[in-house]
Design a protein around this ligand. Structure first.
Ligand code: X2X
Length: 343
């Protein structure tokens, strides 16, 4: 009799375990969609592949990820990426602060002209309290932010002439990304900015419909903008930099076990660190091999002195002040203080 009860209890437990296992694995999708703007061999695309690979490894294949470069889940319209995550069309993403800033106004912080003078300044923000504040803001908008990556300092290129002063930019048609802040900055500099997605930018530059653009040198070299898009003049001015953010949609996150959540977070942190190293390779003195490589292609490289930069800073000061209000005076002040204290 006693034995009968034990057998009954054991059987019930096995059935219960099987049922919960089924219930929990039923919530797991066979595959998760990861969005990025560019794919391999761009550092950003490599970061997507790496995150997917590490997640597969760390979850023993319970979470499988397919990458969708070219922001293809939103037809290439990168400023719609964040909304698509919130709506469930994208499960996870590595997004640029620029592309998500139309929906998360505080992310415009990184696009404030001449806020961050160097890489240590980026780190002072992303790795400090400002980064935490931004992650808190994001987590109130249906995503779980996990780690920072980096696209990089955005340098100015064009097909027409060397740019050393704001006057040199006068009348040049410059492709900018989708935050209105960029329209203000380039208008203040006397240029003629036009907003378009990355997918449209390269053909527009190649055909000469647009004269110039701004992007990190890692994007410039891999997209071969010098030959593919007539971009023979480069000005190193480091006016803004866009970090990348690794996120998972909150509704997807909630379906994963704590163990798998931890694995996905750790994978993002590792892929993020590797991505930041890759984004900075050859750009930090004494190793400026990336800049030399661009020069060796016959691109005319102008590196602004601090005095020359000051003229651009002055010309865009009103844009800085206007956007400080829109982003939030407290956050901007916190950022300025963190940068002033950087080591
Ligand atoms: O569109 C761009 O310029 C790019 C690829 O750098 C971003 O997505 C912000």
């Amino acid at each position: 009799m006693k034995k009968g009860i034990l057998v009954f209890m054991a059987t019930t437990m096995v059935i219960f375990c099987c049922l919960t296992e089924v219930a929990f694995s039923a919530d797991y999708k066979p595959e998760y969609k990861l969005s990025t703007v560019v794919g391999k061999p761009f550092a950003w695309g490599i970061a997507g592949e790496r995150w997917a690979e590490l997640v597969k490894e760390k979850t023993a294949g319970r979470i499988l990820i397919k990458t969708y470069p070219g922001t293809s889940l939103v037809g290439g319209d990168q400023t719609k990426e964040f909304t698509a995550i919130r709506q469930g069309a994208i499960d996870m993403a590595i997004g640029s602060t620029i592309n998500w800033s139309p929906q998360v106004k505080e992310l415009n912080l990184f696009s404030m002209p001449f806020l961050m003078p160097d890489y240590k300044a980026i780190d002072a923000l992303t790795q400090g309290d400002v980064g935490k504040d931004l992650f808190k803001i994001l987590s109130e908008k249906d995503v779980v932010p996990l780690a920072w990556g980096e696209n990089g300092f955005r340098e100015l290129t064009n097909s027409k002439r060397a740019i050393r002063t704001p006057a040199d930019l006068k009348g040049l048609k410059i492709r900018v990304v989708g935050s209105p802040l960029f329209l203000d900055t380039f208008t203040a500099l006397g240029a003629n900015p036009t907003q378009m997605s990355w997918a449209d930018a390269v053909p527009a530059l190649s055909s000469g419909a647009v004269d110039g653009q701004e992007n990190p040198l890692t994007i410039f070299t891999i997209a071969k903008l010098d030959t593919a898009a007539n971009q023979k003049n480069l000005t190193l001015w480091g006016y803004v930099a866009d970090p990348l953010i690794f996120v998972v949609s909150k509704s997807v996150w909630g379906t994963w076990t704590p163990e798998d959540q931890k694995a996905v977070r750790e994978a993002a942190e590792q892929a993020g660190r590797e991505n930041i190293d890759a984004a900075r390779k050859g750009l930090i003195p004494p190793d400026d091999s990336m800049i030399k490589e661009v020069g060796a292609k016959g691109v005319n490289v102008v590196k602004l002195t601090d005095v020359e930069k000051e003229a651009f800073r002055k010309a865009t000061r009103s844009v800085y002040d206007k956007w400080a209000k829109q982003i939030g005076a407290d956050l901007v002040k916190k950022a300025e203080e963190a940068i002033a204290k950087r080591k």
